[in-house]
Design a protein around this ligand. Structure first.
Ligand SMILES: [Zn+2]
Length: 124
């Protein structure tokens, strides 16, 4: 048994994979954010696009072949089943050509018809 790529101490099937497959709907924007991080780890472009709000969604997601995502730490999050907007502040660690870097971002999410979408992100 190993942790989900998003860092939660549960197997991926019980965490992000259920959201990515559509078996479970993310009830909070943090859950969607974690699933999107895992989708970056797994280079799952269709999920990243479909969970991106239609008004800000790109046509393709550029994956850098030399970048490997190695960790996620959620600092702060707000936005649950009773909200229509939310945000998640996190630090994602990645390795690029053997060197480790951190990306500190605040992501904004909106919820429409019960479904959370990633809206945009601000690098902090
Ligand atoms: Zn997860």
């Amino acid at each position: 048994m190993s942790n989900c790529p998003c860092g939660q101490p549960t197997v991926a099937e019980a965490c992000c994979a259920a959201v990515i497959s559509g078996d479970e709907q993310a009830e909070t924007c943090e859950r969607l954010m974690r699933a999107r991080y895992t989708a970056y780890v797994q280079r799952n472009e269709p999920f990243l696009i479909s969970s991106w709000h239609p008004s800000t969604r790109p046509k393709t997601v550029p994956f850098d072949a030399l970048t490997r995502w190695v960790g996620l730490k959620v600092i702060n999050s707000q936005g649950g089943a009773s909200h229509t907007s939310g945000e998640v502040e996190f630090i994602a660690t990645f390795k690029h050509q053997g060197k480790a870097y951190k990306m500190h971002e605040r992501s904004a999410f909106v919820r429409e018809q019960g479904q959370w979408f990633y809206f945009d992100g601000t690098i902090l």
